[in-house]
Ligand binder design. Structure first.
Ligand SMILES: [Zn+2]
Length: 181
C-alpha cells in the first residue's frame, strides 16, 4: 500500500527514563508500524540505551486529532492501524470528524471505522447541494407532481437538516458533511 506522507500520522516517541533524568531522547516515527519500533531505535542506537530505559511516550504528534495529547506507544500504534484501514484520502475527513463530532472510543482512545464511515457523507460544494442530493436519495419527492416539487421550501428543509448533520467548512472550498453529530 502506498501512503502519502502529507497526512500520515506520526509521533515523537521519547524515552521516559531519559526524559526524567533531563535527557531529551527520542525521534519521529510514523504511527503505522509503531508497534515494531524498539528502544534502540528510540535512542538512535542500542549503545545509547541505559539501565532503566524501558517506557516510552509520544510527547508530540502530527496528523492526529487536536486534543489527543500525549499517547503511549500502543495508543499511537492503534491510530496507525486506523490510518492503514481508513486510507490517506479519507484521513483528513476522519480527523475533522474526531475533532467536531461526538463518537465512542475504544480502550486505545481511537474511534470506530464503521461509525466513521456511517457518519461520513463526503465533501460538497455547499450544504444545499448535499441536502438536494440527500432528499433525492431518500425518495422525498416520490409521487409528487412537478409543480409541487418546484414550490418546495428548500430553505426550511435545509434548516431542519442542520439538526441532523454537522457541516464543516473545507479550507480550499466547499463543505464536509457528517451525519448524526
Ligand atoms: Zn532512555
Amino acid at each position: 500500500m502506498t501512503t502519502s506522507t502529507a497526512v500520515r500520522p506520526a509521533v515523537w516517541l521519547a524515552c521516559l527514563s531519559c526524559y526524567n533524568e533531563g535527557r531529551l531522547v527520542g525521534a519521529w516515527f510514523p504511527c503505522d508500524g509503531l508497534e515494531e519500533v524498539s528502544l534502540a531505535e528510540v535512542h538512535g542506537g542500542a549503545e545509547n540505551v541505559r539501565e532503566g530505559c524501558e517506557e516510552v511516550l509520544g510527547l508530540d504528534s502530527e496528523h492526529l486529532p487536536a486534543g489527543v495529547g500525549e499517547v503511549t506507544q500502543d495508543e499511537a500504534a492503534a491510530w496507525g492501524e486506523l490510518f492503514t484501514e481508513v486510507g490517506d484520502s479519507q484521513w483528513p475527513a476522519l480527523l475533522a470528524w474526531c475533532e467536531h463530532c461526538s463518537r465512542s472510543l475504544d480502550v486505545n482512545g481511537t474511534p470506530s471505522v464503521v461509525e466513521f464511515e456511517e457518519a461520513n457523507q463526503g465533501c460538497w460544494g455547499s450544504f444545499r447541494e448535499f441536502v438536494q442530493s440527500w432528499a433525492e436519495d431518500c425518495g422525498l419527492f416520490y409521487g409528487w407532481t412537478e409543480e409541487a416539487i418546484r414550490y418546495f421550501d428548500w430553505d426550511a428543509y435545509e434548516r431542519d437538516c442542520r439538526y441532523d448533520f454537522a457541516v464543516l467548512d473545507v479550507p480550499d472550498g466547499g463543505v464536509r458533511v457528517f451525519r448524526d453529530c
